[in-house]
Design a protein around this ligand. Structure first.
Ligand code: CU
Length: 270
């Protein structure tokens, strides 16, 4: 006998296949650049379609009831009524299963061992991105060392050897087709890291490091926003994601490393 979870999984896959066949291309959403984006778009489409259908049926039912008020036979046939309710229940069950699975895939199941790691830091009203460099290890940061004017907005500790090759930027550049694990934190209040084009949204919470992983699939430029009202400058808390080819990414990273080395040599010479 199949376990209940297997039956649910079969129902979810069947629902997904049906939805894939009948979902139209969602034109009113920003262009989707992530591998998992289609799933989110389908859920959005069917959620809105169901809400519109329920509103329409409800209003038609109301008009019908008012016009036929004096006749006792003004109700929908029982089979139609229960059929509609069953169809909506089945659709919402499919959406709940699919959404839960996608949520878990981005957050609770870890990224693959080959995933790239980038730190995202929110601060009123700016996003910073840190790459761990050749040693693949993020250096230690200390809040008392945070000094954006001195070129150390994240408070990297120069005594930690792992911090020497860390690269901090205000633009998120990622190679297309490479899974990336973002670790998000905040220096002050709660911010909402939001990339509409990647169908990605995750709050950054002071005192916590939160992970979300995804694969950017389509090269291009995508706006990064803050989705939590975090202060007077909230509206200008924007950055951008550049998804480029792996070769362009390697060249960009090399240029950043060289820039960092030049800055460090300059500091030493002073
Ligand atoms: Cu913010």
């Amino acid at each position: 006998m199949l376990a209940a979870s297997s039956l649910l999984e079969i129902a979810r896959v069947a629902g997904t296949n049906i939805a894939a066949k009948v979902s139209p291309n969602v034109k009113w959403m920003p262009a989707d650049g992530a591998l998992h984006g289609q799933i989110v778009d389908r859920l959005m489409f069917w959620n809105l379609a169901a809400l519109c259908a329920i509103a329409l049926v409800g209003h038609l039912w109301l008009v019908f009831a008012v016009l036929r008020r004096r006749k006792a036979s003004g109700n929908f046939p029982t089979a139609v009524r229960w059929g509609l309710i069953a169809a909506f229940c089945a659709m919402y069950a499919w959406m709940a299963l699919t959404a839960q699975r996608q949520w878990a895939a981005n957050r609770y199941t870890g990224p693959s061992l080959t995933a790239m790691h980038v730190e995202v830091v929110g601060e009123q009203f700016q996003w910073y991105f840190r790459y761990p460099g050749a040693d693949a290890t993020f250096g230690v940061t200390r809040s008392q060392l945070v000094d954006a004017a001195a070129g150390n907005p994240l408070g990297l500790d120069p005594r930690d050897p792992h911090s020497a090759d860390d690269v901090v930027t205000s633009v998120l550049v990622l190679p297309a087709g490479q899974e990336v694990d973002l670790q998000l934190r905040s220096l002050d209040v709660i911010h909402g890291f939001f990339i509409p084009g990647m169908r990605l949204k995750q709050n950054t919470v002071p005192g916590q490091v939160l992970h979300i992983h995804f694969t950017p699939a389509v090269a291009g430029t995508y706006p990064i926003l803050c989705s939590q009202v975090c202060g007077m400058g909230h509206a200008r808390m924007q950055a951008r994601l550049e998804v480029v080819s792996p070769a362009d990414f390697a060249a960009w990273m090399e240029a950043r490393v060289n820039q960092r080395e030049r800055a460090r040599t300059g500091e030493t010479a002073k």
